[in-house]
Design a protein around this ligand. Structure first.
Ligand code: HEC
Length: 132
């Protein structure tokens, strides 16, 4: 093998390893119990059958409901278990900070599993690196 070919093979090998490390880091930075597949599915539910965009906007920056992409939380600190609980429960009038309410599950028919996925997507929105 010529030096050029050996170099090309070496670089290709390094690129594969780097890709694996990156994917692993992405998975490692997610909360316990959350997978990249859940985040991807959650994005779909957020923008579709979860009805979330009706009040949080298609970019999740807020309309009737608050911006979910900033690091300001009206309720809790944005930890994943809090977000799951929030989506399950919604925000009734007696705990609303804005005078607007959110129905449980956003008023959608999302299953428990779908709620955990949509909360996983919401969790990623306020965290770097931004992929939107
Ligand atoms: C009918 C409007 C409406 C829909 C639909 C809705 N929300 Fe909300 N959401 C709100 C409002 C209003 C608040 C904040 C209430 C308050 O002022 O305390 C809120 C709050 C939240 C919070 C807490 C934000 C914070 O700052 O603490 C999260 C997380 C959230 N919504 C996620 C979702 C998700 C995910 C969906 C879709 C499954 C969804 N919402 C659907 C109106 C809505």
């Amino acid at each position: 093998m010529g030096v050029g070919i050996r170099y090309a093979v070496l670089m290709a090998g390094l690129a594969v390893v780097a890709g694996r490390v990156e994917a692993q880091q992405a998975a490692d930075s997610l909360p316990d119990g959350v997978t990249p597949a859940m985040v991807a599915a959650g994005k779909k539910y957020f923008q579709g059958e979860g009805l979330c965009t009706a009040c949080h906007g298609t970019d999740a920056k807020g309309t009737i409901g608050p911006d979910l992409t900033d690091q300001q939380w009206l309720h809790g600190k944005g930890h994943y278990p809090e977000l799951v609980a929030r989506v399950f429960a919604g925000v009734p009038m007696d705990s609303s900070k804005s005078g607007q309410i959110m129905p449980p599950r956003g008023g959608s028919g999302l299953s428990d599993e779908q709620v955990r996925a949509v909360a996983a997507y919401v969790w990623t929105l306020s965290r770097a690196p931004r992929k939107r």
